[in-house]
Design a protein around this ligand. Structure first.
Ligand SMILES: [Zn+2]
Length: 379
């Protein structure tokens, strides 16, 4: 609970005659005044940050075909409908096989710019104010694309998003965990000339059989460079991977992390540390981590006192962008209410790597949004 939500008044200045005493804190937000019927609209319009989006996973079939044509690449699908029909995944690997094939259309700087700009258009519609964007350079450098081509295109889209939509953003370079640590170390070296464009490093791709400790040295080097460190763990992999992401990689956030619930002592550890989990509900259902949305264990994560954000992961492949994740999750899980919506939007800013002033401004906007909704409902 934030200080601004407390109903205790701040201490008045003891300086005689002080006219600039801190104004009393506003009353707490009346979450109970907001009925579930108002939630879809509130979820759509509340400001939020997205901390778990693989930009290559935002490549919609229509743009994939357009880029294939531009770059004279023949895709193994007759048309957009045939490609969409292939999105019937059975697990993480079945998705990854298609994801890497799709990324093959990305060759030149404008391709990366167009892909990221299309994502930012969607993010703006979803009232996303800040994005920490994953990208997989090895998916591109392995095909002969320069690191600079990838980063230049993405950065140009980030700059445009700030100008056109007021969205702030940063890039998180992810290592592909199915490849070797030596390849990850070489990738970090290749990225050094672009260090000033990078917010941090992450770890993604096939989880099973590729524990975090495989990447201990490259994460240590990234930390020495002053880069933030995050890692996918506990999506398909066991809870032990979450522990080693924390202990060995010094991960500041755990991407997914939902399997922590299999180990109560790990849940307590995560809660005590305050390490956020970036949860991706539509992804979890599409990749069969849960049978359907009603079985998602998000409410347990929240009730355990964990810091949780919602995210879209690979929205072009999993059936929706950030607001769709919020709306489908809240529709399927009746125990979630306005207080949970606030908690997750709030956490998206608290768990981000933005500076304190920007965070305070976003939280103030979020508070105004919820107060306004509660007041409207009462009126
Ligand atoms: Zn992911």
């Amino acid at each position: 609970m934030s200080a601004s939500m407390s109903d205790s008044s701040p201490p008045l200045s003891t300086v005689a005659g002080a006219a600039s005493a801190t104004p009393p804190a506003p009353p707490p937000i009346d979450f109970d005044a907001i009925p579930r019927a108002r939630l879809p609209e509130l979820l759509r319009r509340m400001p939020k940050a997205e901390l778990h989006i693989h930009i290559e996973g935002s490549l919609e079939p229509e743009l994939m075909f357009a880029l294939a044509e531009r770059n004279h690449i023949v895709l193994p699908y007759a048309d957009v409908e045939a490609l969409r029909a292939a999105y019937a995944f059975t697990d993480l690997q079945s998705f990854l096989d298609l994801y890497y094939a799709g990324a093959s259309v990305l060759l030149r700087e404008p391709d990366y710019f167009d892909m990221a700009s299309a994502y930012f258009e969607r993010a703006a519609q979803d009232q996303v104010r800040h994005v920490e964007m994953f990208f997989d350079p090895q998916t591109h450098t392995g095909r002969g694309v320069d690191m600079g081509t990838v980063i230049d295109g993405l950065m140009r889209a980030c700059d445009r998003a700030r100008e056109q939509h007021g969205i702030s953003s940063g890039l998180i370079l992810c290592f592909l965990r199915h490849l070797s640590e030596d390849e990850a170390l070489a990738t970090l070296q290749q990225a050094l000339p672009f260090r000033h464009h990078l917010l941090g490093v992450g770890l993604d791709s096939s989880e099973r059989g590729h524990p975090p400790e495989k990447f201990a040295r490259v994460f240590e080097q990234a930390g020495a460079l002053g880069l933030h460190r995050v890692a996918h763990a506990g999506e398909e992999g066991p809870p032990e991977y979450i522990r080693s992401a924390l202990d060995v990689l010094k991960a500041e956030r755990i991407d997914h992390g939902v399997r922590c619930l299999e180990d109560p002592s790990l849940v307590a550890h995560l809660a005590a540390l305050g390490v956020p989990l970036t949860v991706c509900p539509l992804s979890n259902v599409r990749l069969r981590v849960y049978g359907d949305m009603a079985q998602h264990r998000l409410p347990e994560l929240l009730r355990a006192g964990l810091k949780v954000t919602l995210n879209s992961d690979d929205p072009a492949y999993f059936g929706g962008y950030l607001n769709q994740n919020f709306i489908e999750t809240f529709a399927a899980l009746p125990e979630l209410g306005a207080r949970d919506a606030y908690a997750m939007a709030r956490c998206s800013f608290d768990a981000s790597f933005i500076d304190a002033d920007a965070r305070a401004a976003h939280v103030a906007e979020l508070d105004r949004c919820f107060r306004h909704c509660a007041a409207e409902t009462k009126a």
